[in-house]
Each structure stands twice: as structure tokens, then as C-alpha cells.
Design a protein around this ligand. Structure first.
Ligand code: UDP
Length: 327
């Protein structure tokens, strides 16, 4: 069995990735410092509590296990916080990732799959966004992801690192079996907040602005299921191992839903009352983010299985109902 080091494997997407890897015959080794991850979310493969900033620990992992590849999910991801505490974001998302890459190179670990973001594009000038769209991120979070993408290119040139950067649009949904799901603290994402409202844990969901230049005035996003993200990671790794060139890929469904539409679909899926009210815009929100993933479909052979928004919300609802307090 091939060992894959999953950094951030106790988090929302990383923990599902481990389940997916195990199902596909790989051995996921989880490294997570549990700042945002949950110990209970680690259900597949060995668990090591620690940080990617710890070179000695990384070296000991690479010595103990023959690690074929590293998948990296261990970024801080609150856009607002990245504006008020940029140092925290550049330290963790950039400096600590650089450390991880250096120790990988020293230990001859060649393959790296990186969770990047559509936040690297900034305010779109063209919809749908393709990989050739200019990258002008508008906050430190997006810049931290772009910096890592640039480091990866340089490491590939200098040291032969084989990498793929996957630019996620809005990661959403939960394990279709209901075992793994989203538990951010604090929670800021739309779908889990809407479902917490359906559960009666919140009085209402605030809609951040209805005066955007969109069909109903609310922001439009491209929601992509975590199981489809996991599928793309393994495809990217397997293609790289087969000799594919390094590169960057968008992961979205090419379909946008407004905040009001998401709430309406959640009302239908849950059958519950979900009260909403319109409040002011949240700073830094582009009106529309929709990605073209044609490149991932063509070159990676990516076939999203959970592209439908109702299905995405159904899987998330199953998780929230069975884990009302999260992990
Ligand atoms: N949103 C909202 N109310 C909330 C949380 C989010 O109206 O309580 C909106 C937000 O402004 C954005 C969309 O929902 O337009 C998706 O936001 P989320 O934070 O889930 O993801 P982002 O697009 O910021 O990555």
C-alpha cells in the first residue's frame, strides 16, 4: 500500500480525503496540529499530532514511512481574519508550507498536491474563470495561496518537484455516508450556517447584500462537493505519477447559485423553516465566482458525481442532523 502524508488530515476536506484514499487502497498518514482539525475526524490510517513547521517531526515521519506523496490541506482559511492578522496567514500558509517542501526535497519525496483556491484570482474580469484568468488576489488569504503556487513552480524548476495546484471554488457538502462533515469554529460558510438555522440553532441566516448586479441581487457562487474534490486529488496524483506535467486546475461545477437560491434549495431539502434577512454586504465579496473546470475534466479525467446543489445540500444536511454539535 502506498503511503500518502495528508497534512491537515483532521480538517473538513482532509479528513474526507483520508477516507477516500483508504477506500482506493492507499494508506493515509495524517499530520495535523488540531488547531482547527478534530481528532475524531481521523478515522483512516495513523495519526501524528504536530505541525508542518516542525522539521524534525517531518523528517522522522519520512524516515519511519516510505511516503510517496504529500497532500496539503493545512491552511488557515478565514478571509476576514487574514486581513486583520496577515502575519498569522503568511506564517502558516506560506512559511510553514515552505518548510514542508524543503524537508520533502531533503528526503526525496517528489509528489505534492496542493489545495489552492479561486481566491487567487481576485475580482473576476471574465466569467467563467479559466486557469488563464489573471491572478490578482484581493486579500492576504488569496495572496498566501498564490505565493505557494509560485513557490511550487520554482521548486519544480530547481529540484524537480512534481506538483499539482487545485484551485477550489466553494467546497461544500459532506460524506455521502454521513461519517465526515463540516465543523468550522467559528463557522462562517453559507451552507452550514443555513443548515444550523434549519436545525433551530440559529434564529436566522443573514444574507450579505441584495444589491449586487446579479439576477436576484445576491452573490453567486460555484459549489463543489468534497467527494468530487477528493476524487480530483487522487486523479492528479496518479496522473503525475504517470508522467503528467505539473500544473494548475480549477475545481468547480461551472454553475452558479445565488445566496437566495441556496437558502431556497435548503428549505426544500430540509422541509424546515429557514428565516432569512438581508443585511449589509460583507467586504471583499465578489458578486459572481464561477469556475470553468474543462481543463480538469480533459486532462485529469475528473468526473464530478455530486454536482447537483440539492445533492450537495442533502449530504450536508445528513451530517448536520446526525452531528448537531459537530464533532
Ligand atoms: N453569505 C451570506 N451569509 C452568511 C455567510 C455567507 O450571505 O452568513 C454569502 C457570502 O457573502 C457569499 C456566499 O454566501 O456571497 C458564500 O459565502 P461563503 O462564506 O460560504 O464562501 P466564500 O464565497 O466566501 O468562499
Amino acid at each position: 500500500m502506498k503511503n500518502i502524508l495528508v497534512v491537515g488530515g483532521a480538517g473538513y476536506i482532509g479528513s474526507y480525503m483520508c477516507k477516500y484514499l483508504a477506500k482506493k487502497g492507499y494508506n493515509p498518514i495524517v499530520l495535523d496540529n488540531l488547531i482547527y482539525g478534530h481528532r475524531q475526524a481521523v478515522g483512516w490510517g495513523p495519526f501524528i499530532e504536530g505541525s508542518m513547521a516542525d522539521s524534525k517531526l517531518l523528517k522522522s515521519i519520512f524516515t519511519e514511512y516510505h511516503v510517496e506523496a504529500v497532500m496539503h490541506f493545512a491552511a488557515f482559511c478565514y478571509v476576514g481574519e487574514s486581513v486583520s492578522e496577515p502575519g498569522k496567514y503568511y506564517r502558516n500558509n506560506v512559511a510553514n508550507t515552505l518548510n514542508l517542501l524543503e524537508v520533502m526535497i531533503e528526503n526525496n519525496v517528489q509528489y505534492f498536491i496542493f489545495s489552492s483556491s479561486c481566491a487567487t484570482y481576485g475580482e473576476p474580469i471574465e466569467i467563467p474563470i479559466t486557469e488563464r484568468h489573471p491572478q490578482n488576489p484581493i486579500n492576504p488569504y488569496g495572496r498566501s495561496k498564490l505565493m505557494v503556487e509560485q513557490i511550487l513552480k520554482d521548486f519544480s524548476n530547481a529540484y524537480g518537484l512534481k506538483y499539482v495546484s487545485l484551485r477550489y471554488f466553494n467546497a461544500a457538502g459532506a460524506d455521502p455516508d454521513g461519517e465526515v462533515g463540516e465543523d468550522h469554529r467559528p463557522e462562517t460558510h453559507l451552507i452550514p450556517l443555513v443548515l444550523q438555522t434549519a436545525l433551530g440553532q440559529r434564529e436566522r441566516i443573514d444574507i450579505f447584500g441584495d444589491d449586487y448586479p446579479t439576477k436576484d441581487g445576491t452573490c453567486i457562487r460555484d459549489y463543489v462537493h468534497i467527494a468530487d474534490l477528493a476524487q480530483s486529488h487522487l486523479l492528479a496524483l496518479e496522473r503525475l505519477m504517470d508522467g503528467m506535467q505539473e500544473g494548475e486546475y480549477n475545481l468547480g461545477n461551472g454553475d452558479g447559485f445565488s445566496v437566495k437560491e441556496v437558502i431556497e434549495v435548503a428549505r426544500n431539502v430540509t422541509g424546515r423553516t429557514i428565516t432569512s434577512r438581508v443585511t449589509k454586504r460583507r467586504p471583499g465579496d465578489p458578486a459572481v465566482l464561477i469556475g470553468s473546470s474543462k481543463k480538469a475534466v480533459k486532462e485529469l479525467g475528473w468526473k464530478p458525481q455530486f454536482a447537483d446543489l440539492s445533492t450537495i445540500i442533502e449530504t450536508a444536511w445528513k451530517w448536520h442532523k446526525s452531528h448537531p454539535e459537530g464533532w
